[in-house]
Design a binder for this molecule. Sequence first.
Ligand code: SF4
Length: 374
Amino acid sequence: METGVAKAAPRPASPQTLRMSNAAALSLRLAAGRFYRDVELTGINVLLDYERGCHANCAYCGLARERAGAYEDKSFIRVDWPVHPTDRIIEQMAKHAERMGRFCISQVVHPQTHHDTLELIRRFRARTDTPISVLCAPPLLNRERLQQYKDAGVDMIGVGLDAVTERTFERRRGREVRGGLHWKKYWEVIFLSREIFGPWKVNCHVVVGLGDSDRELLEFSDRVNRNEIYAYLFCFYPEPDSAMASARRPSLFRWRRIQLLKYLLEERKISPRDIQYNGRGGVARASIAREVINWAIEGAAAFMTNGCPEQRTGLVSCTRPFGSYRPGEPFRDYPFVPSSADRKAIRRQLRLDRWCATSNEQYHGQNTDHSLPR
Ligand code: SF4
């Protein structure tokens, strides 16, 4: 029966449209202008775009189901992600292929996600051979689906684990926020991805500031590294109107120290035994050779964004500028190689004299505990 009331046409959604940060749009010449300190992205992250958005409800996420507002107006890692036609994005990726290092599809928990991801990979692969990452939504995945991504040409899998303990995961993403996400399922997908994609082709995103201690964060990073999985650090920065909008972000000092120690563990320049913790799991002291500290600060890779690399150079491609700081604030992770003035600032921010006992000895040994949670 005709009601006489005209129905509004549904707005386009993925796979016809994708969301992309303004920094990525500038780098793909889909928007005019220049970015702060001339930052140019070589890693382009896109986010699947659905009218009803993500079905999960993470306490810190701008896309959370219970966060007020329409999905298309919601920010993500504190930056706006306007909607663009998929064809235009792929066309520009192909046109600027020589400058591009990586294309990353960020999934959301939505029933269409798997189907649309495969469609995007197929359309993208038909135009360019730039490496593809999928930042996956584990609740939707299984062995067969991950294998389909691999067979379609995906090179790396990212898992947004974010919390490194089950306690923090349940508190921020699971039962305590009616999030519907399950710690065990995340680990199942991490293990499957490691098996299917191989060594150093899987990464876990880890957010400093959700409630895990320094010890938990650093021990986690060390454990996954020993299983040839990367841990990529993110710095919590409260998203307005999210459930954690009034939570404090980690101090710059804590963040820098975790960046440095995580990097030195990763590079096998120190052992976990070189770090001592207080009763709350905060770093109390660390024993590090002076030359190792100077090498890390001068090389500065420890303080740059952690992200999937470009294939050609091996340098980080996914640099996500301004996800955890604003222009004019100190950088949390640098989306470029820090300058000599930046490196001086980093040294000051580390306040090494408070916690670091420098020695002249260098660590070359091995740790023994390699087990991951099951
Ligand atoms: S680090 Fe960047 S490119 Fe890699 S999976 Fe995460 S968001 Fe994607």
